[in-house]
Design a protein around this ligand. Structure first.
Ligand code: ATP
Length: 417
């Protein structure tokens, strides 16, 4: 791409908001003043060339990113967090800029060596060329130089632009998936996100040799990639494709394929205002038909929080007990559901369409008697287990329609006392 065309994209406020353009100019001016080659890289360049709006800037310098960060703070304000070991810094942008995100990663161009397949690489400072050669796919291995007069020069040593035009996801070298099989998950994500194809030799390298490295990956790294998949718009297509490649059995022998019958629920908008992430919903749908032991063991492998494992377990238990609950009175339903996470109940509603679950979520769980503990005390009752029993009997009467107003509740209370 010609420099003029790239400059046009960089100056298009529909692609890069003007406040981000100012941020980029400030960085560019400071890098020029320090005589430090400075680039934006990765997803920013890929999406800009695709004509898609970009927001997150990934900044790389050939030189010391920490020194660069300190000079940015001196010139523009804000704060710096440094990671000396990785030669990186996080610039906490001045509050008055009101930017989202309010931080910017500053990274020293680096070279990576893999001592062992699946392990984290060893990192040493190097050139932008080396930095691009350590990346996952050609479409992610382009940089735009921004310092001073170099502003808007595309650096594309691996011909990512051609692959972008042809819609190909291509790894950089044949050992790429063996060095880091999380890239297989990433390939699936980009393929479906952009309706691209895996370049044929890349596709061939998703084979037993690279899949065999997956068991060596930490649970946290695999879960991070799965989280990213679930957060995507086309997550159902991605998770089904990942299943086709046989990735799941390599993560955990009991991890089954994602049930295609549930895949539409991955892309729904409403969860009745119950706080949730798309990843949580994804794991609940994926594992709801697994056994208790499988859920615990897969949860350990993927480093789930105990809350997430519990919510998945609750979905599976509720789904299994549904046939026994159908036809129960509202008070029985409420008693059975009350201790379970709301999202777990909603997930079971989605797959079963059992109306009682929705009634519980929207109505029954809010039903409370008028009588309080203080009222019981004023009737001379001492606090104790009997308190709870009376209150829950009153509540059950409301739920089951035996009591419909306060006078009736008082009459029932008199009988119970
Ligand atoms: P998006 O967030 O839109 O998927 P991104 O490019 O911003 O795309 P990140 O996950 O933020 O993705 O990664 C930033 C860059 O780091 C990528 O563009 C890629 O060049 C590189 N990268 C990320 N993960 C890997 C990996 N496992 N191996 C090699 N390079 C990677």
């Amino acid at each position: 791409m010609q420099k003029d065309d790239l400059l046009r994209l960089l100056r298009d406020p529909n692609l890069l908001p003007s406040e981000k353009q100012t941020l980029l100019s400030n960085i560019a001016a400071q890098a020029a003043a320090m005589d430090m080659p400075c680039y934006v890289v990765g997803g920013f360049v890929r999406d800009l060339l695709l004509g898609k709006p970009v927001n997150d800037l990934d900044v790389i310098v050939e030189g010391d990113a920490i020194k660069f960060g300190k000079s940015l703070v001196k010139a523009f304000g804000g704060k710096l967090t440094t990671h000396d070991k990785f030669h990186t810094a996080i610039w906490h942008l001045p509050d008055t800029w009101h930017l989202i995100p309010d931080t910017l990663d500053l990274i020293t161009a680096r070279k990576e060596t893999y001592l062992m397949p699946g392990a984290l690489p060893t990192v040493t400072p190097s050139t932008i060329q080396d930095d691009l050669l350590r990346r996952d796919f050609t479409i992610n291995s382009m940089a735009i130089r921004v310092d001073g007069g170099h502003f808007g020069e595309l650096f594309d040593p691996l011909n990512g632009q051609a692959d972008l035009e042809e819609g190909l996801v291509r790894i950089l070298h044949p050992r790429s998936f063996i060095d880091d099989p999380t890239r297989i998950f990433r390939a699936v994500r980009y393929e479906a996100r952009y309706s691209f194809n895996l370049e044929p030799s890349t596709l061939n390298l998703i084979n037993s040799e690279s899949l065999d490295v997956i068991p060596r990956l930490s649970g946290e790294r695999i879960r991070h990639e799965l989280d990213l998949i679930f957060e995507e718009k086309n997550s159902s297509q991605m998770i089904l494709r990942a299943g086709e490649f046989g990735l799941f059995k390599m993560i955990h022998p009991s991890l089954s394929l994602f049930n295609p019958d549930y895949s539409d629920f991955l892309e729904m908008d409403s969860t009745l205002d119950i706080p949730s992430s798309k990843a949580e919903i994804g794991y609940m749908l994926w594992l709801m038909d697994s056994s208790e032991d499988e859920i615990l063991s897969i949860g350990q492998r993927l480093d789930f929080t105990s809350d997430l494992t519990y919510s998945i377990w609750a979905v599976s238990q509720l789904k299994k007990s549904l046939p026994f609950l159908v036809g129960s009175t509202p008070s029985v339903w409420t008693y059975a559901l009350e201790k379970l996470p709301l999202l777990s109940i909603y997930m079971v509603y989605l797959v079963s369409r059992e109306d009682a679950l929705l009634d519980f979520l929207s109505i029954w769980r809010h039903v409370k008697p008028h009588t309080t503990g203080n009222d019981l005390k004023s009737h001379g009752l001492q606090p104790g287990p009997r308190f709870g029993e009376i209150l829950s009997q009153l509540r059950a009467a409301w739920l089951d329609g035996q009591v419909t107003n306060e006078i009736q509740e008082k009459e029932l209370l008199a009988k119970l006392l």
